[in-house]
Design a protein around this ligand. Structure first.
Ligand SMILES: *[C@@H]1O[C@H](CO)[C@@H](O)[C@H](O)[C@H]1NC(C)=O
Ligand SMILES: *[C@@H]1O[C@H](CO)[C@@H](O)[C@H](O)[C@H]1NC(C)=O
Ligand SMILES: *[C@@H]1O[C@H](CO)[C@@H](O)[C@H](O)[C@H]1NC(C)=O
Ligand SMILES: *[C@@H]1O[C@H](CO)[C@@H](O)[C@H](O)[C@H]1NC(C)=O
Ligand SMILES: *[C@@H]1O[C@H](CO)[C@@H](O)[C@H](O)[C@H]1NC(C)=O
Length: 687
């Protein structure tokens, strides 16, 4: 029963202290440092397993759920409190939590003496690749007096070696230094395992944990107990390094900084920390050339990792301005499109979507590599890029090109044998091996349609027609596949592979037909008039037949079916979004209107089920369906989803697959997936 769960949380929280507000929602997990597949640390905020969203009192975790030790303490007039993680002291009182697209901001009270604003900023700069290429995140702690008195304040924070490997028996090594006014702990796996993962964490590269090398700063590495008690007892650290390099879990080495802010009154004093990962080479790639390593993109902007670190750390004010601009753009556009419920969804999705990607290559030849986080770790999966494409198209269409480029390059070099589109660039991120044996997961109709739609979407938004010319032959080959298979799709899986395979899938057929019409437009734009005429005539013929095959006309209200002829079935017709987004006008308005009228009749508490086979839904596809619905139906989708965010018992990074009645996971636990970039779909088809 809902009530008892709520009461349990309330009493738990009251025993800790006053309750925090959560604005605009209490998400299932709070993004702390979320910038790439390997810099992805969150705070479980669910009521079931997490502590309900309090920064102090539980450890931050990697998206896969193992602890990435990150602790914060503050000393006020000699009394010590914890503000992050689980050191053994009293905790501060969290009074508020707020998120924007790039920031998580906690407001804490320390015994009604001091206020703390703790800001986790994971920048998103879609058009500024120099900044976007840095796999770094900020933590800023700002304090001021609450009671009008001056207080003696020291701020402490550390990370553990858990950040450097998913194997707690791996031996860590570390070093301390300063560069350009920045003090840093450098921590890394002693035995580097290039391009390898353990428990989804990256096993190579160097982690930097840094702060200002100011006069009040002290530092120390050593066992968690030693370093933290040094601070608790003395309000400063010993400026010493532990040189007994050892396993991560062997007496847990931590890397601490303390900052003496001195006497703090009503004007705020602050301490800034930066945390990030440098990997000279970030991926391996089978493109037109033979398989080989690809550098991280930041390498083409900075000569050394210390230069990159120093730039990032000193860039906080500037970076905050850019981040706030991005936050405000998303807020303005989301509110104008569909109001606050909608912004609750988009602003929570932004870091998650970008956090599954990394810019790689050089300034001359850049790639955006994307990890299919949590479902299988595939790289640049076509039908995972597709649900995410709205956020790329919205924020900078060039990003969509950079994520598609590897797929084109590999297949145009003749490295994929099938006559349909490849499913992904490689089974295990960060190895973009391609699939020269053609035995990738077979989703032929889905992927051909996706590639055609996304290629045209990029070209329309950017004005880049050459891209269509460059890839014309391959696009045309995929269209032939669609012509052969999309009127009566063979028994196959769609992107929703967990739901099983089926013949004659209505929504999949529609994607194919939209793909063919997209090709007609591509042909027209590139001077291939005969192809344009041929494909548009086929697409229109198919869509006329599709309306006979796929609509339960006599149902009340009428609706499309899950598969042809199964008049008792239904499903989210999310592929219709592409017809509107690309402005194709292929599908009659009556179909849009019919679906809009139908969805509210089958909505559950937290949304409309994906289809009649199960009670679960996909949040990305709900946003696609919402984007093209009537105002009322759209608002229903978005309100249900925002309510779910607030109430779900899940407590891991935003899932895109949940039960529409319980709000919980169904059989699959999808978390932190980039597909939530699909929440930006309604921004692309404003009516
Ligand atoms: C915290 O942020 C709020 C809102 O921006 C501001 O009014 C307050 O002064 C800040 N407090 C501190 C300690 O910086
Ligand atoms: C990537 O390939 C390398 C060999 O080049 C291998 O050591 C590594 O384990 C692979 N990574 C993953 C995630 O499978
Ligand atoms: C139209 O396209 C289909 C599929 O590629 C092809 O089989 C057919 O020959 C084309 N027709 C014309 C007139 O070009
Ligand atoms: C697909 O639908 C058509 C038309 O209803 C039907 O003739 C055909 O048998 C169906 N295919 C499969 C594999 O069920
Ligand atoms: C192709 O372009 C012509 C001229 O702009 C236009 O009349 C026609 O409708 C276009 N066809 C398609 C399929 O876009």
């Amino acid at each position: 029963m809902q009530l008892s769960l709520g009461l349990l949380v309330a009493s738990l929280v009251t025993s800790i202290g006053a309750q925090s507000t959560f604005s605009p929602a209490r998400p299932p997990a709070i993004p702390l440092a979320v910038r790439s597949p390997y810099l992805s640390t969150w705070l479980d905020a669910g009521s079931d397993g997490g502590n309900g969203g309090y920064l102090a009192g539980q450890w931050p975790v990697f998206w896969q759920n193992q602890v990435t030790g990150w602790a914060g303490m503050i000393r006020v007039d000699g009394n010590v409190y914890t503000w992050m993680g689980l050191p053994d002291t009293k905790t501060v009182n969290q009074v508020a939590y707020e998120y924007t697209s790039t920031k998580s901001i906690f407001t804490m009270h320390v015994d009604n003496k001091l206020e703390m604003n703790i800001t986790f900023l994971s920048p998103i700069t879609p058009e500024d690749f120099k900044r976007q290429s840095l796999v770094f995140s900020y933590l800023n702690v700002e304090v001021s007096s609450l009671d009008g008195q001056d207080h003696d304040v020291q701020v402490y924070a550390d990370i553990s070696a858990e950040w450097v490997s998913g194997d707690r028996n791996a031996v860590a090594e570390w070093d301390y230094g300063t560069t350009d006014g920045v003090a840093y702990h450098k921590v890394y796996r002693q035995t580097q395992l290039a391009f390898s993962e353990k428990n989804e964490q990256g096993e190579w590269g160097y982690w930097y944990w840094a702060t200002d090398a100011s006069s009040g700063m002290t530092h120390q590495s050593g066992s968690a107990g030693d370093v933290r008690s040094e601070f608790s007892n003395n309000g400063k650290l010993a400026n010493q390094g532990d040189t007994n390099f050892r396993a991560i879990q062997n007496d847990w080495p931590v890397f601490g900084f303390s900052s003496d802010l001195g006497s703090v009154g009503s004007s705020p004093a602050s301490t800034l920390f930066s945390l990030g990962l440098t990997q000279d080479q970030a991926a391996q790639y089978e493109g037109a050339q033979s398989y080989g390593p690809v550098p991280s993109l930041w390498k083409s902007y900075f000569d050394t990792e210390l230069a990159a670190l120093a730039f990032f750390h000193h860039d906080y004010s500037e970076s905050t301005i850019f981040a706030t601009e991005f936050d405000e753009k998303v807020a303005r556009d989301s509110i104008a499109t569909a109001g606050q419920d909608y912004l609750t969804i988009t602003s929570l999705s932004a870091r998650q979507a970008f956090g599954a990607t990394q810019l790689c290559g050089t300034q001359e030849k850049t790639y955006l590599f994307l990890k299919e986080i949590s479902s299988d770790g595939n790289m640049n999966t076509v039908d995972v890029v597709f649900p995410a494409y709205p956020i790329f198209l919205y924020s900078n269409p060039a990003l969509l090109r950079l994520v598609l480029d590897p797929l084109f390059e590999n297949q145009e070099a003749g490295k994929y044998p099938n006559d349909y589109s490849m499913h992904d660039m490689g089974s295990s991120y960060p190895n973009a091996t391609g699939h020269s044996d053609g035995s990738d997961e077979k989703m032929p109709l889905e992927e051909c349609g996706d590639m055609l739609i996304m290629t045209l979407a990029y070209s329309q938004k950017s004005g880049d027609t050459d891209y269509l010319k460059l890839h014309y032959n391959l696009l045309k080959k995929w269209t032939s596949y669609l012509v052969a298979d999309s009127l009566y799709p063979a028994n196959q899986i769609s992107t929703d592979d967990f739901a099983g395979s089926l013949a004659n899938q209505t929504n999949l057929a529609l994607k194919g037909m939209i793909g063919i019409q997209a090709m007609a437009v591509i042909a027209n734009k590139t001077g291939h008039r005969d192809d344009a005429a041929n494909f548009t005539s086929i697409a229109h013929d198919y869509i006329t037949q599709w309306q006979e095959l796929a609509i339960a006309k006599d149902a009340s209200p009428p609706h499309t079916t899950l598969s042809y002829g199964d008049t008792n079935s239904h499903g989210l017709l999310y592929n219709l979004f592409a017809d509107a987004q690309l402005g194709l006008g292929l599908v009659p308005q009556s179909v849009y209107q019919m679906q809009s009228n139908f969805y509210p009749t089958v909505a559950n508490k937290y949304g409309v089920p994906l289809d009649t086979r199960h009670a679960y839904t996909k949040s990305d596809w709900e946003c696609f369906a919402a984007a093209i619905a009537s105002v009322d139906t759209r608002n229903m989708f978005l309100k249900d989803l925002a309510t779910w965010i607030n109430e779900t018992p899940t407590n891991r990074p935003l899932t895109d697959l949940y039960d529409t009645e319980s709000g919980n996971y169904p059989q699959n636990t999808f978390v932190a997936r980039p597909v939530m970039g699909g929440s930006f779909a309604p921004l692309l088809v404003r009516s």
